[in-house]
Design a protein around this ligand. Sequence first.
Ligand code: BEZ
Ligand code: FE
Length: 299
Amino acid sequence: MTRSTRRRVETRETQAREKAVTEEVVESFDFAESDRFREVMQSLVRHLHSFARDVRLSQEEWSAAVDFLTRTGQISDDRRQEFILLSDVLGLSMLTVGINAPAVEGATESTVFGPFFVEDAPRIELGGDLAQGAKGVPCYVSGQVRAVDGTPLAGVRVDAWEADEDGLYDTQYEGKVTAGRGWLLTDDDGGYRFWSVTPTAYPIPHDGPVGELMKAAGRGPMRPAHLHFKVEAPGFEPLITHVFVAGDEYLDQDAVFGVKESLIGHFVEHDGGTAPDGSQPTGRWTQVEFDLVLAREEP
Ligand code: BEZ
Ligand code: FE
């Protein structure tokens, strides 16, 4: 047998051995109780094995991946979600958002949830101050929550959260401080309004494993300026979205691929004068109107 014939035979044998491993693992899920669990796991195994074959994964690369995932877990806690961040920078979060988006014309589009939402944000009154000490140029945010057919949705909970002018969320401050987040209930016309700070662009946390990955890829960590919303109303699909600031220099290079044209809002700049709530701010402030249009739940 010549060397090249032997290599071809070895290759055929190697391929058969590799295929057998994959099939054995796939079959090990055959008797899973849940059909969905079986479907997801068997597909995951097939894709994972196919990826390893595709790149001819070396032992060192396998170890580096295990080390990377171990450190991703170790740096995570109840205030830092490195796995969500990893999903975000790999575009998996936005892909999942897209797969699950209600196909309803006229509904506000969704975008990434991100790692900075907290469950126990404070309730604020309509027109109240969501900044709660977060630094930044004051911003008056208002809009209407309604159904796609135009019906205003009263008494609906709207959560909002954002970074301060230094690009930090309160969960990144020293100590347990709450600022730049809160929730309120819409009025009889579905209206919501609050004061907060004008969003600024900021880097996603890049001092951990995800930062290393971004650096190795030669990718920047910046997100364009935005304010987060989460809206939940009975009978409607939950909405998780942002309003982005028109003109931001990072709109076309968001580190987590979250920008959609329809979510870009115009933050009108003012200096003094009278705000929509009749107050008379001294100095600079901005104002944005952003309606939140919900899709009805599928029956
Ligand atoms: C955020 O907008 O809060 C965010 C989203 C994804 C990754 C990091 C931060
Ligand atoms: Fe954010």
